[in-house]
Design a protein around this ligand. Structure first.
Ligand code: ACO
Length: 325
């Protein structure tokens, strides 16, 4: 049976030039390189320059993905941008990217699912393509998360960084089997009972301020390992695949201990896990496309490979996308 599949035809990313090591952070809060590395696996993160906005990072990543795919930029009919750190409360940062790319047609909008944002945006792109709403979608995850940090709170400021990643997703005919290229299955979840475990203590309709990240780290950790393992299982069940069929696991990069715990729980060998958290920290919605771009460009992810993307973040939100590259 012939069906429409959403194929990722290009990928790109961007990191701000400024690299902040753990030693740099020890000059700001009472912490040590040893503590951060042992608890999180993070060695450094990149921080946007004062005059660098989320849209600037996104535009760099978008241009790289467009160049990688080789498409005519004018063929993009939809831009879906996952971010928790928009340039302004409104309009959507996606329209700033749209204008910068010289696009005056189609639709551009932001998606808010915090660290799960890219998985949400990619799933929306897949749905739009399969139902005929869109043909070529630019999906971006971009964050200047450093702007939400309380730089006096050592329990959160050591964890996050800034960055952007993007993919081009295009409709293509498939046979409706797991041998097709493109997105094979996608699953999204949220559970608002846990919204106070990880949140920002500000917003336009509450305080009128931007606010700072607040987190119950242990609770987040506990739920992350369970929820991520569950959504991986549902991706496998939906496709009838086993964990051995997965060539690359590209997870949201929150904490190396979460990644190790998840891999162990689902029986995935560590060499199949793409890990960038050590050099990027947690870049929220940008982390999955940043990691994916690295693994595609260095030749690890090859055409035909099965790539499993997943994320979990504030809300809680979580989800997974299985792709044949
Ligand atoms: N440096 C030194 N000491 C610290 C630091 C720090 N940066 N942060 C906390 N501590 C101290 C605490 O004050 C506490 O001291 P105490 O025992 O004297 O009270 C001690 O370290 C232990 O604190 P815990 O919070 O219990 O440490 P834990 O082992 O849970 O590690 C961490 C904290 C790393 C945040 C962990 O809970 C975690 O990774 N949680 C997941 C959170 C996460 O990844 N969030 C990202 C967003 S969500 C997502 O993307 C999935």
């Amino acid at each position: 049976m012939s069906i429409i599949r959403s194929v990722i035809t290009g990928v790109g990313s961007y990191l701000p030039a400024r690299r902040m090591s753990n030693d740099d952070i020890t000059k700001i809060v009472d912490t040590t390189d040893d503590w951060i590395v042992e608890r999180t696996g993070i060695h450094a993160r990149h921080i946007a320059a004062d005059d660098e906005k989320t849209s600037d990072l996104a535009i760099h990543a978008a241009r790289a993905a467009i160049a990688h795919s080789g498409i005519d930029v004018q063929s993009i009919d939809t831009i879906i941008m996952a971010t928790t750190t928009p340039d302004n409360t409104f309009p959507a940062t996606a329209v700033t990217v749209q204008a910068a790319l010289g696009l005056h047609h189609g639709a551009a909008f932001d998606v808010q699912a915090v660290c799960s944002g890219f998985v949400y945006a990619l799933t929306i792109a897949d749905t739009f393509i399969r139902c005929g709403q869109s043909k070529t979608v630019l999906v971006i995850g971009a964050e200047t998360f450093s702007r939400l940090l309380d730089w006096t709170d050592r329990t959160t400021c050591v964890l996050f960084g800034d960055g952007a990643g993007a993919v081009i997703v295009q409709g293509s005919e498939g046979e409706g089997t797991n041998a097709d290229r493109g997105i094979l299955t996608a699953h999204l979840h949220s559970d608002g009972r846990y919204k106070d475990k990880l949140y920002v203590d500000g917003g336009p309709s509450s305080t009128g301020t931007t606010g700072h990240v607040r987190m119950e780290g242990r609770e987040v950790f506990r739920h992350a390992v369970v929820n991520i393992a569950d959504t991986i299982r549902e991706s496998l069940e939906a496709t009838g695949m086993t964990i051995d069929d997965v060539d690359w696991f590209v997870p949201h990069q929150a904490n190396k201990r979460i990644l190790d715990g998840t891999a162990k729980r689902i029986g995935l060998p560590p060499e199949k896990v793409v890990i960038t958290v050590g050099e990027h920290g947690n870049t929220s919605a940008a982390s999955v496309p940043l990691a994916l771009d690295g693994a595609v460009r260095d030749g690890r992810v090859k055409k035909g490979d099965v790539v499993l993307l997943e994320a979990m973040g504030g809300g809680f939100t979580w989800g997974s996308v299985m792709v044949r590259w």
